[in-house]
Design a protein around this ligand. Structure first.
Ligand code: ARG
Length: 567
């Protein structure tokens, strides 16, 4: 299936063709003046340029053709040559009948058997997760769900930071302390900051850490054993955190997993003749003739032979291509790393690590700020630990639930809290910064997760009440004027999915969910539902309610937001 606008585009496109004009100019979209018409087509102006004719004349020819089609209740020219359209009631009713009979609510399946790897989360071993990792996890998991729903084979990889200098800092600190045997998470939480501070203060200590890192990367048995142990306990902790957040990964790989691919990859890159030595380091020049800004080379090996963040990312591409033969690799990482990814993609293409038709996308995101406009910190000024953030939000959600007279049970509060955090994050344009405001995001009013949950639950109780009275939703729609705004909106869903998948923009679906909830509110306020006398209209209205609820839940689900049964 497609959206209603999609179907109309086809019809209007044919009319363009019949007039000897390019069909794609017949694209129809939802009107931005719903008070004037339901849909519009602005293609006559562009067509006039192609045909070297007057736009209104072109539009008139199209209107004459389209008026004969009983799909439309109204076809009019406006302004310089816009075509305003209303669909006939039967057509809208039929379309909606199809949508409600489809368990995907009209969203088509992308069935090309394509694999997408999504790289998100990216926590670093031993370091606390910060808000950047939170954003990456929320956006990445939602894009994974969206792409999966659309029909892609998806692989979410957490890509942990488990191979850099911090590992050497910990290992050398254990040496200094003469610590044998396993470490606990608590010990690690104390050891790492100490080691990092010492290394920062003392170049010699830093040298030790670097040497230890190199020794680990060269496969020292004792170091590897210790490293493995603290990785394992860290991953255990991370899994708990991500579970609490409702974020899923298919693979728990890290930078270290790229290790085995690095030496052969470097040999191959050298053999291709695209590497150079610069100041002792092994680099790949990634400049391109039309570069407007400075483009530093990608560093493969430091002068001491140690690998870098860029090296493991290159090796990871080799691994991913070998193990999954992906069609796309999407990186959901802090915007501030955009240069790194530009270098990486260029180097990967130059070195032929991926085929040309494999898409590499950097889906960067902005910073989550505190009310002071600086990256969000705890009141004590430290990085916010994920578990604290969640428990603060649950606490606040309970207060909010009580405030509005709803059940403040823990389970419900937890769902409300996660909906608040996730929706507040996802509803922003990915690239923009936003202010983390627990009070605002947990409100049951306005563009928030809790508001949407509440609407979905409210519709559920309305349907329950109806069924208690012996009223059921019908299969056929009998639309009155007051029902149409909601009905038309329900027919838009496929377009919002398409847009989101094309640009990796969950906020488009957030906007849609919010609009849907608002349209439902107006519908609810303007229309009799249970008290409607005409049984066909009543059954149709109940069907609108059921379909609204279904689509709200569908959209929230791909955003990673779970709706409670009751509130
Ligand atoms: N661990 C990195 C960080 O904390 C994020 C990893 C992003 N993914 C990647 N393939 N580089 O900044």
């Amino acid at each position: 299936m497609t959206s209603l606008a999609g179907k109309l585009s086809e019809i209007v496109g044919k009319a363009f063709e019949e007039q000897g004009l390019p069909a794609e100019l017949g694209a129809v979209r939802v009107s931005d003046r719903p008070d004037l018409c339901q849909f519009q087509c602005n293609g006559a102006m562009a067509a006039a340029k192609v045909a070297k004719k007057n736009p209104r004349e072109i539009a008139q020819g199209l209107v004459d053709l389209l008026s004969r089609n009983d799909v439309f209740a109204k076809v009019e020219i406006a302004g310089p040559g816009f075509i305003n359209l209303d669909v006939a009631d039967e057509y809208l009713q039929d379309h909606l009948g199809g949508v409600s009979a489809d368990d995907r609510a009209g969203v088509p399946v992308h069935d090309l058997d394509e694999t997408v790897i999504l790289d998100y989360g990216g926590p670093n071993i031993a370091k606390p997760m910060h808000v950047g990792h939170l954003r990456s996890s929320i956006i990445g998991d939602s894009l994974r769900r969206i792409l999966k729903f659309t029909g892609y084979k998806t692989i979410g990889d957490v890509h942990m930071g488990d191979w850099g200098t911090p590992m050497g800092m910990i290992l050398s600190e254990l040496d200094i302390r003469g610590h044998d045997g396993p470490v606990t998470m608590e010990q690690l939480a104390e050891i790492y900051p100490q080691a990092a501070a010492d290394c920062k203060a003392d170049p010699e200590r830093m040298e030790q850490a670097r040497a230890a890192t190199k020794k680990l990367q060269d496969g020292d048995e004792e170091y590897t054993k210790r490293w493995r142990q603290f990785i394992d306990i860290s991953v255990e902790g991370m899994k708990k955190n991500f579970d609490a957040l409702g974020v899923h990964f298919d693979e728990w790989k890290g930078e270290a997993d790229a290790h085995q691919f690095i030496a052969p990859m470097i040999e191959a890159l050298k053999a291709e003749g695209i590497t150079a030595i610069d100041d002792g380091a092994l680099i790949i020049d990634v400049t391109q003739p039309d570069d407007k800004k400075e483009m530093p080379p990608l560093i493969l090996l430091k002068s001491d032979g140690a690998v870098m963040y860029s090296t493991t990312d290159m090796g990871t591409i080799v691994d991913r291509v070998k193990s999954h033969d992906p069609d796309k690799i999407i990186y959901i990482v802090d915007q501030r790393q955009s240069l790194h990814f530009e270098q990486l993609f260029r180097a990967a293409r130059k070195g032929g690590l991926v085929c040309e038709d494999v898409e590499l996308t950097f889906a960067g995101f902005g910073t989550m700020n505190g009310k002071d406009g600086k990256p969000f910190k705890t009141r004590a000024g430290g990085v916010m630990r994920l578990e604290d953030l969640i428990s603060d939000a649950v606490q606040k959600a309970r207060e909010r639930l009580k405030e509005v007279g709803l059940q403040d049970e823990f389970d419900i509060a937890q769902k409300v809290a996660l909906a608040a955090i996730k929706f507040a994050d996802l509803q922003n344009q990915r690239q923009s910064d936003y202010v983390f405001d627990l009070f605002k995001m947990t409100s049951f009013e306005g563009k928030t997760g809790p508001y949407l949950l509440y609407q979905a639950v409210r519709i559920q109780s309305l349907l329950k009440k109806a069924s208690d009275q012996g009223f059921e939703a019908g299969k056929d729609f009998v639309l009155q004027d007051a029902d149409k705004p909601l009905a038309l909106l329900l027919a838009e869903l496929p377009d919002h999915f398409e847009n989101t998948v094309k640009n990796y923009t969950p906020h488009v679906l957030c906007d849609y969910a919010y609009k849907l909830a608002q349209a439902f509110s107006s519908f609810y306020g303007n229309c009799h539902i249970l008290s409607e006398e005409d049984e066909h209209v009543r059954a149709s209205r109940l069907a609108l309610c059921a379909q609204t609820r279904k689509q709200l839940i569908m959209v929230l689900d791909v955003l990673g937001i779970e709706v409670p049964e009751r509130m």
